[in-house]
Design a protein around this ligand. Structure first.
Ligand SMILES: [Zn+2]
Length: 425
């Protein structure tokens, strides 16, 4: 087979070739580096990865060539935890917080998450899609080629379905691939204030069945169900009700656990076979042990404490040493973390959570792919996988963590198509 595109002569080719599941322990630091490396692509798939001389030998006069001399070539980032679809913003609240107003005071004045819920409920499907599209563009510019996208700013059946429709429309029309997650249990809406169990009834008895009726559960593509298990949101008992019902519908499971307090959400995730447990800033040693012995990926979100100017970062070093499969994500959302950049998350992970640059890259690629059920499809450069790769304007992968605040992604290739910056290479 003759390749359609060959990216060649990379100073470092980061392959992260990973047979089987997500990487753990020492394997999290192994990038499968090839010096003077190349990738051959046919259509939307990777054909061959190896030395430039070996790979270029497959090319003919019709093969497009991209010279990556002096640069790093690596898999596109997978961002496995985002709330990218929302309307409006909360810049004014950010300034109020900086000036000393607490998050709870802002909530009491009708702000916080309900601010975004109001704007999202009011927005038309078209407005929601157009406001979110710009964020996807910037994510792609910073190297994200696949992302998860949650609902959770609708909080009534009609609005939750509207957000899912927006995710489906964006995923179908934007080069970045989106994996949908239903997060109807993101917060208790004001109209259910003090009646959390009644809202859980709505999620279990009306929203989840509506997903099936609307055809969201019959697709071949994965769809997840997530719950915010936290004091002031949903208890372990309520989270279990929702996740068990979702599992019965055949959905993959996720949970927001241990962000501010440890309730037992991580143990619940392991017990139910969740694909991921996310946040994990206050996870106990016992639950870290449970996670390490399970197939559940721990998704860490260091942008969130940074965004809140707080210091409760997840104990990533302890988790990796214990054998947890750790992934990284942005948590992109309008309240606590309006961040579209996986490289910035990598830079934070190395400084605030004790990860090495290699571990952070594995966490942002192959392990992140496993955290959304796509570990066999994306997240590494291997024959047969989707041709999602980046050319970095840097001679060494460590620059991704070492430098921050500028964008080193010079070219993003999505499904074999060059999407940005070709003329610069
Ligand atoms: Zn979240």
């Amino acid at each position: 087979m003759t390749p359609t595109l060959v990216v060649h002569s990379a100073a470092q080719l980061v392959s992260i070739a990973s047979p089987g599941g997500p990487r753990r322990g020492n394997a999290m630091g192994e990038l499968g580096l090839v010096s003077d490396g190349a990738v051959a692509i046919k259509g939307d798939r990777i054909l061959l990865v190896g030395d430039t001389s070996e790979v270029l030998a497959q090319a003919d006069k019709d093969t497009k060539l991209l010279d990556a001399s002096g640069k790093v070539v690596m898999p596109g980032f997978v961002d496995p935890h985002t709330h990218v679809v929302f309307a409006g913003d909360r810049a004014a609240e950010f300034e109020m917080r900086l000036q000393g107003t607490s998050y709870m005071e802002i909530m009491a004045a009708g702000g916080g998450i309900m601010n975004t819920v109001r704007a999202t409920r009011q927005a038309s499907l078209e407005e929601l899609v157009s406001q979110s599209r710009g964020r996807l563009d910037r994510m792609l510019t910073h190297g994200t080629t696949t992302a998860e996208a949650k609902t959770g700013y609708g909080l009534d059946t009609k609005s939750e379905l509207k957000v899912l429709d927006a995710i489906r429309l964006l995923g179908g029309s934007h080069p970045l691939d989106l994996v949908p997650t239903f997060l109807g249990a993101h917060a208790v809406p004001v109209e259910y204030s003090g009646r959390t169990d009644d809202y859980v009834d709505l999620v279990v008895d009306e929203m989840l069945p509506a997903l099936q009726v609307e055809g969201y559960l019959s697709d071949q593509a994965p769809i997840f169900c997530d719950v915010f298990c936290e004091e002031g949101a949903f208890s372990v008992r309520q989270s279990r009700r929702i996740l068990e019902r979702a599992k019965a519908f055949g959905m993959g499971l996720k949970i927001h656990a241990d962000e501010f307090s440890s309730l037992g959400g991580t143990a619940l995730a392991v017990e139910l076979g969740a694909t991921s447990a996310d946040h994990l800033a206050c996870t106990t040693d016992e639950e870290i042990g449970l996670l390490a012995d399970s197939d559940t990926v721990g998704v860490l979100l260091p942008g969130t404490p940074f965004g809140l100017a707080e210091d409760h970062y997840a104990p990533a070093r302890k988790m990796i040493d214990a054998g947890v499969a750790v992934a990284l994500a942005t948590d992109l959302n309008p309240g606590t973390c309006y961040c579209e950049s996986m490289p910035f998350v990598i830079a934070l992970a190395c400084r605030q959570m004790g990860m090495t640059p290699a571990e952070a890259i594995v966490a942002a690629t192959i392990n992140a792919a496993h955290a959304i059920g796509l570990g066999q499809e994306v997240g590494s450069l291997e024959p047969g996988k989707k041709a999602d790769l980046l050319v970095l304007d840097a001679p060494d992968y460590r620059h991704l963590a070492y430098r921050f605040g500028t964008n080193l992604v010079q070219v993003a290739i999505k499904a074999g198509q060059i999407l940005a910056g070709e003329s610069e290479v």
